[in-house]
Design a protein around this ligand. Structure first.
Ligand SMILES: CN1CC(C(=O)N[C@@H](CCCCCC(O)(O)c2ccon2)c2nc(-c3ccccc3F)c[nH]2)C1
Ligand SMILES: [Ca+2]
Ligand SMILES: [Zn+2]
Length: 376
């Protein structure tokens, strides 16, 4: 709670490390940390940085990682280097390959910085210093205890939530990346202290998990929520299902911290995605989470059409601050990425929305029925 900020403003802490943009997954790989540097450049040019506390992350330490990950997996990542030959069985065991989760130069340093930022952000929430904390380099939701997956090596989201649980009883995790937030759901599948809510493309799509009937088990039954969606969903349909599901989750779970993974591959025109959201529609999810006035952590995630990712996360930083950014992108170091219109808001396409009103109503009904089981 921050005294002295009016209703539309929040105290915001933003984590960034100037070397983040230099990490490179390799030729042809869609995941480009450069997008985080592009976002930072926009924030600087728009003058948003001066409204936030800017902190450099403390690189995460091995012992931080081992609060969730297996010792031998972290020991492997610590020594991994493109110049070192590795035992193929070891690579297979940890799901390291040359296509999806490659070993690239500085891999462990990359993990230390993106996860260090999410852990540092959680510590700032624990200190009650800020209403909103932001780490656009984080949100790597696929990483498992002993395995890399879907471009993710260490699960900074799980590590951040574990840190939040030191001072809070109940943490709500919401995931608007087009892919299912499987690593986070799995980590907390049997506990009632974390509720995970993922909206994702389901059906013939990576990672394949996230079925609507996967609701958690044992002590965590009804604390996992999966909202499966089909191609082409637009702003209206997405918010039509997003708001009632989140409202019900807030009502029955009453979290005292929220983590929102803002994967930007759910935007229209994403290189790997197949949804049709605009920056405004995607940003409305951030605005909605912010409206509950519960300490909020914003993380990045997927996003493969670089200029759209930077547009989206710049706009959403403005949403967090309660500042509407001007649609005209000011001239700056990466302007050419935003040609020819140089606008923050992007046009969506006329692609078919395969999510009928009936399918959305059926999904909402099923999800709300499950969540109602948690009501006294
Ligand atoms: C055997 N089949 C191939 C595997 C598969 O389809 N993997 C997904 C992985 C998509 C990962 C998405 C990561 C994420 O956006 O959710 C994310 C990244 C960080 O935080 N979140 C995928 N890889 C690619 C891909 C990989 C390398 C090069 C080009 C590609 F299109 C596209 N989609 C399974
Ligand atoms: Ca998701
Ligand atoms: Zn994704």
């Amino acid at each position: 709670p921050s005294v002295g900020t009016d209703a539309t403003k929040r105290k915001v802490c933003y984590f960034y490390h100037p070397t983040m943009g230099n990490f490179y997954y390799g030729n042809g790989h869609p995941m480009k940390p450069h997008r985080v540097r592009m976002t930072h450049a926009l924030l600087e040019k728009y003058g948003l940085l001066r409204h936030m506390r800017i902190l450099r992350p403390i690189p995460a330490h091995e012992r931080d990682f081992c609060r969730f990950h297996a010792d031998d997996y972290i020991a492997f990542l610590r020594t991994a280097d493109p110049s070192v030959e590795n035992n193929p069985a070891t690579l297979r065991r940890f799901n390291i390959d040359d296509v999806e989760c490659p070993i690239f130069h500085g891999l462990y340093k990359f993990c230390q910085l993106y996860a260090g930022a999410s852990i540092s952000a959680a510590r700032q929430v624990n200190l009650d210093h800020y209403d909103i904390v932001i780490n656009w380099s984080g949100g790597l939701h696929h990483a498992k205890k002993s395995m890399a997956s879907g471009f993710c090596y260490v699960n900074d989201v799980v590590l951040a939530i574990l840190s939040l649980l030191e001072t809070r009883d109940r943490v709500l995790y919401v995931d608007i990346d087009i892919h299912h937030g499987d690593g986070v759901e799995e980590a907390f599948y049997t506990t009632d202290r974390v509720m995970t809510v993922s909206f994702h493309k389901f059906g013939g799509y990576f990672p394949g998990t996230g079925h609507i009937d996967d609701i958690g088990c044992d002590g965590g039954k009804y604390y996992a929520v999966n909202v499966p969606l089909d191609d082409g969903i637009d702003d209206e349909s997405y918010l039509y299902i997003f708001k009632p599901v989140v409202a019900k989750a807030m009502e029955v779970f009453r979290p005292n911290a929220i983590v929102l993974q803002c994967g930007a591959d759910s935007l229209s025109g994403d290189r790997l995605g197949c949804f049709n959201l605009s920056v405004r529609g995607h940003g409305e999810c951030v605005k909605y989470m912010r409206s509950f006035n519960v300490p909020l952590m914003l993380l990045g995630g997927g996003g493969y059409t670089l200029h759209n990712v930077a547009r989206c996360w710049c706009y959403e930083t403005g949403v967090a601050l309660g500042i509407e950014v001007n649609n005209k992108i000011p001239d700056h170091q990466y302007s050419e990425y935003f040609a020819p219109l140089y606008r923050i808001h992007l046009p969506t396409t006329n692609m078919t929305n395969k999510n009928s009103r009936k399918s959305l109503d059926d999904t909402i009904a099923k999800v709300l029925a499950n969540l109602s089981k948690l009501q006294a």
